[in-house]
Design a protein around this ligand. Structure first.
Ligand code: SF4
Length: 386
């Protein structure tokens, strides 16, 4: 453990690499946590998730740092296993805010250490006094630009920052904000990774997921328009099938076709990585550029607005309404077509691996192994969600 970071720091910032090492020292699996001896950890994990849903405070229990540290990955596992994107975003925002408040109280060296130990940022400690502010940190331009475009305020634009030899200078408040936002992005992006998307909790912990589904019930209106995770092939409207066929054939698409397929896929629950994979065959594919655009359209970066696919009349005017079928005659939007087919039972095949989550966010089925999540997951396997 870094000499500067204490066990209390790991409790405050359980996403640090040192926290992962600390947890690994316990050699626990998610299933182990269902034993009565660990009920305090499970209770705290559920409380973290509950507070993120209800918006209440979740006071740190620094008198029991082990419970704080161990409950974080379990809380993340519960969130990912719920398969409710609204909850993933909500939990990520909640943790980022909690983290930001704590970071604002730290000394500059401690802040720099947390940035290094969590995200590997190369932070410089500075003491630059400008007429109107004091800049204590410097950060590489690439690291800054990975996060700062999330913020709307013009003060975050590079042109409004003091930049010297490729480094962006920041005061402590902005630096804490940037760090917290990066944590949020990391939690949201992780949800789209293979192994996390279809992660299921061990059976012994499933009842806690049921409890969370109960809490989500009151927020149903906020997320009930979400589709099941992953694409239900049989429910795709003909226009989307045609665009996907072109992509598989490596054809270059028009701007509108790219926009239509990207927005459609994101709105039916596909992850950013899943969308990027679709474009893998296209000759002029540039992953960095495409990721930026897809995340922008998904509302993860930039304006934070998640874009909807164009209506049928727009697609028609761009020549993208391919071979409409009988159902097409009754809809005005490709998502309505998809929704109706899903509700009519299209796609007996479940989305990407595993079984479909229910509308309540409860994961049906077998309580498969811990996959990519958990306090060490099943013994000997995989990392944890961080
Ligand atoms: S009518 Fe609408 S949903 Fe059907 S193929 Fe045309 S654009 Fe797609």
């Amino acid at each position: 453990m870094s000499k500067m970071l204490t066990k209390e720091d790991l409790a405050k910032y359980p996403f640090l690499d040192q926290s992962a090492a600390f947890i690994e020292g316990y050699n626990l699996t998610l299933s182990d946590l269902s034993a009565p001896a660990y009920s305090g950890i499970v209770g705290r994990a559920v409380e973290r998730v509950r507070c993120s849903i209800e918006g209440g405070a979740s006071p740190l229990q620094l008198g029991d740092p082990e419970t704080e540290i161990l409950s974080y990955p379990l809380a993340l596992a519960l969130v990912y296993a719920s398969r409710v994107r609204w909850l993933v975003n909500r939990f990520a925002t909640f943790e980022a805010k909690r983290c930001e408040e704590l970071l604002k109280m730290e000394t500059a060296p401690k802040l720099a250490e947390v940035a290094k130990a969590s995200f590997g940022w190369r932070v410089g400690l500075e003491d630059l006094k400008l007429e109107w502010e004091r800049l204590t940190f410097s950060l590489g331009m690439a690291e800054y630009l990975e996060v700062a475009p999330q913020f709307h305020s013009p003060s975050w634009k590079l042109t409004n920052k003091y930049v010297d030899r490729g480094r962006v200078f920041l005061d402590a408040k902005d630096f804490a904000r940037l760090l917290a936002e990066n944590l949020k992005l990391r939690i949201i992006r992780k949800a789209g990774e293979e192994g996390v998307k279809d992660f299921e909790l061990p059976a012994a912990l499933q009842p806690h997921l049921g409890g969370i589904a109960g809490l989500l019930e009151g927020k149903r209106q906020l997320y009930e328009d979400e589709f099941p995770e992953g694409l239900v092939d049989d429910a795709r409207p003909p226009c989307i099938v045609a665009i996907m066929n072109d992509l598989s054939a490596g054809k270059s698409l028009s701007h509108m076709a790219r926009f239509a397929i990207t927005t459609f896929m994101l709105n039916v629950g596909e992850s950013v990585d899943g969308v990027l994979k679709l474009f893998g065959n296209v000759a002029d594919f540039d992953e960095g550029k495409a990721r930026y655009q897809v995340e922008h359209i998904a509302g993860i970066t930039g304006s934070r607005t998640k874009y909807a696919p164009p209506k049928c009349e727009v697609l028609r005017s761009f020549g993208l309404c391919a071979e409409p079928d009988r159902l097409c005659a009754t809809v005005s939007h490709p998502l309505n077509y998809y929704k109706r087919k899903v509700r009519a039972g299209a796609g007996a095949k479940a989305p990407t691996g595993g079984e479909a989550p229910t509308r309540e966010g409860r994961v049906k089925g077998r309580g498969r192994g811990a996959g990519a999540a958990g306090v060490g997951g099943e013994k000997g396997a995989q990392g944890r969600p961080r």
